[in-house]
Design a protein around this ligand. Structure first.
Ligand code: NDP
Length: 236
């Protein structure tokens, strides 16, 4: 199987869940991986603190990334705090927007110039099945994930010709802190019953697919959203 090796990869939100599994998968394959989390860690040159919940936090991080010459960007960090829309205040909506959409957008703007210079780059934005469908209490989350899909299409149109493949990966239900916090046991059972594969996905399953999309054997793929959801979104 073709491998992605000796690349410099930036993975946002790499401390837990899907992002952490991606960090491990890329490291396993001899890549240089830089990953982020919101809290300072004790060691590790490849870890960077990043808090995308404010514009200052995003800009500060982008200014550090500018000189890194990133080959592969995985925009994974994301938040989802379910609330009825009328209970979401402007702060909540802005926070979703900053973390889930504005940070990925500004990071892409930051890494594109060196990718263009290298005539090679891979950008994977982690969306959600809620980018194309809806769920109660997820108005701002859904809005940001839908925006990320539209953004992925737009950059693919402009920059694919420079050897840069942009993709949006839209997971369904994956077993992470995020889903464990947002769904109680009976909600989880109900959802599992309607997933054709019959269970939530694992972060490792996602990471292996995300990793493979960075192989050059996938070079004819750009701008699309790839849904990875055990089949739940094929149901009416
Ligand atoms: P987790 O909650 O397990 O991990 C989230 C990651 O994002 C952590 O590394 C966290 O860092 C980081 N993060 C949280 N808040 C911020 C912030 N303000 N600024 C910067 N980074 C932050 O999430 P998942 O692994 O479940 O989700 C990863 C991505 O996949 C998200 O974009 C999510 O929307 C998407 N997704 C997940 C699905 C699922 O079923 N799990 C389904 C569909 C999409 P720290 O550890 O410091 O808090």
């Amino acid at each position: 199987m073709e491998r992605t090796q000796n690349k410099k990869i930036l993975i946002t939100g790499g401390t837990r869940g899907i992002g952490k599994a991606c960090v491990e998968e890329f490291l396993l394959n001899n890549n240089e991986v830089i990953y982020t989390g919101t809290a300072q860690k004790k060691s590790g040159e490849n870890f960077m603190v990043a808090d995308f919940s404010t514009l200052d936090g995003i800009n500060e991080f982008c200014s550090k990334v500018r000189k890194l010459n990133i080959d592969i960007l995985i925009n994974n960090a994301g938040i989802n705090f379910p609330k009825p829309f009328l209970k979401e205040d402007t702060e909540d909506i802005l926070k979703s927007y900053y973390v889930n959409l504005l940070a990925p957008v500004l990071l892409v703007k930051t890494v594109l110039p060196s990718m263009i210079k290298n005539n090679w780059g891979k950008i994977i934005n982690i969306g959600s099945i809620l980018g194309a469908s809806g769920k109660k209490d997820r108005a701002s989350y859904s809005m940001t994930k839908s925006g990320l899909e539209a953004f992925t299409r737009s950059i693919a149109i402009e920059y694919s010709k420079y050897g840069i493949n942009s993709l949006c990966v839209a997971p369904g239900y994956i077993d992470t802190d995020l889903t464990r916090r947002n769904l109680n046991e009976s909600e989880r059972k109900l959802i599992e019953g309607s997933i054709p594969i019959g269970r939530f996905g694992t972060p490792l399953e996602l990471a292996k697919i995300i990793y493979s999309f960075t192989h050059d054997s996938f070079n004819y793929l750009s701008g699309n959203t790839i849904t990875i959801d055990g089949g739940i979104s094929i149901l009416i």
